[in-house]
Ligand binder design. Structure first.
Ligand code: V47
Length: 372
């Protein structure tokens, strides 16, 4: 460790020297330092530090899984200004709500790929009974008992609680009893009220999002967390977001993975904004890895940043590439040009070619297959 510090210190600019020392020593950055990290655009210095954290936690391993996405409905009452996926009402072009039979048929059609996970995220549909969701979960479990269901963002849980007159705990318990095992990290966007007011004013607040994950963690559920970046937030608001996640993780230990989500601008009310560049994407990964010292995994979601940036992200803090991701729609409808799916061979190549070791995992990071 000492020798590494001596070799690396001369390349660290004075402004980041204290931060670098702390990272090498495995010490937590305080709030001011976290803001400083998110204000810095020194990609190589931050990348180098993030790589130290990544290798300390995971060595050379990079995880991936076999998964597919299922969006039961994209009919949604919310008016998130970054979203190209939602349709306000049934009957609008591209509005789609699966029947139970269609959902089950779709799941069955995926089983030949031997997925370990289905990722289910939905719009906030005003006209469905709560049983619609629990019945579909039960039916999926009947046809695919080993398939892990990761589904329902905290925003959906909040909506169901309000709509069906239930507590968060009651909603989560009913979904868990029907087959839900883990929750994705969506809906967090940026916690700062200033930004939420501008981009997603009519859905769960930051406090509600955090409270729902707190409850899920208390119930023993592992969940993910995200940050949508590249709309109107400032670097300090990114730091604040990550620090709030870090604080909840100190309390519960229930987050397993953080996924920065780059804004895609096509077909949304915010289409005039520029999208984050490749540089921005790598920078956010590195900054997040340095500050988030207590969430084990950092995901480079290839659907969102493209396979090439996702591959390089493995040298900037990332240790997970998500998965085969068959049938993703949220990013495709917002203009993502990534392939419709990757094979496990594609994923392994992205990993080995970057000098890392591919490890197939399930939703909660149990190893499914070690490298040969
Ligand atoms: O909550 C929607 C974001 C999220 C756009 O937990 C957009 O493993 C950018 O959360 N540009 C849903 N972002 C996706 C999500 C996710 C994805 C992969 C893995 C996991 C996981 C979670 O996507 C939304 C929102 O933050 N989003 N539209 C857009 N135009």
């Amino acid at each position: 460790m000492e020798a590494a510090l001596e070799i690396r210190t001369p390349t660290v600019p004075a402004s980041l020297a204290k931060i670098a020392e702390k990272v090498y020593a495995g010490e937590r950055l305080n709030e001011d330092e976290a803001v400083q990290v998110f204000q810095s655009r020194d990609l190589l210095t931050l990348g180098n530090l993030a790589n130290v954290v990544r290798e300390r936690l995971h060595g050379n391993r990079t995880y991936y899984n076999r998964n597919f996405h299922l969006n039961l409905t994209n009919v949604c009452e919310a008016s998130c200004r970054f979203c190209a996926f939602a349709r306000l009402e049934e009957g609008m072009p591209q509005a789609k709500t699966y029947s139970l039979e269609e959902a089950v048929e779709f799941v069955k059609s995926q089983l030949a790929n031997e997925p370990s996970e289905v990722h289910i995220v939905n719009g906030l549909h005003p006209g469905l009974p709560f049983e619609y969701y629990t019945d579909i979960l039960k039916a999926i479990k009947q046809v695919a008992p080993k398939l892990i269901i990761k589904g329902f963002t905290a925003v959906e849980i909040h909506y169901y609680a309000q709509k069906y007159g239930m507590t968060y705990e009651q909603v989560l318990t009913a979904l868990r009893d029907a087959g839900l095992e883990s929750m994705p990290g969506g809906g967090a966007e940026i916690f700062a009220a200033r930004v939420r007011k501008k981009i997603c004013k009519d859905k769960a607040t930051a406090e509600q999002w955090l409270e729902i994950h707190r409850i899920a963690h208390r119930m023993g559920m592992k969940t993910n967390c995200t940050m949508l970046y590249g709309t109107v937030e400032r670097p300090e608001e990114r730091a604040d977001h990550v620090l709030r996640l870090r604080a909840l993780q100190d309390e519960t230990g229930g987050f397993q993975c953080f996924i920065p989500l780059a804004f895609h601008n096509e077909n949304s009310p915010l289409r005039k904004l520029n999208e984050p560049t490749g540089f921005d994407n790598l920078l956010i990964y590195a900054q997040s890895r340095i500050v988030l010292d207590n969430i084990p995994h950092l995901k480079g979601y290839w659907v969102m940043v493209g396979e090439k940036v996702a591959q390089i992200s493995q040298s900037f803090g990332v240790n997970d590439l998500d998965g085969t991701v068959i049938s993703e729609k949220i990013y495709k409808m917002a203009g993502s040009t990534s392939p419709n799916a990757l094979t496990t061979a594609d994923l392994r190549r992205l990993i080995t070619d970057a000098g890392r070791v591919p490890v197939e995992r399930d939703t909660t990071y149990n190893v499914v297959e070690m490298p040969l």
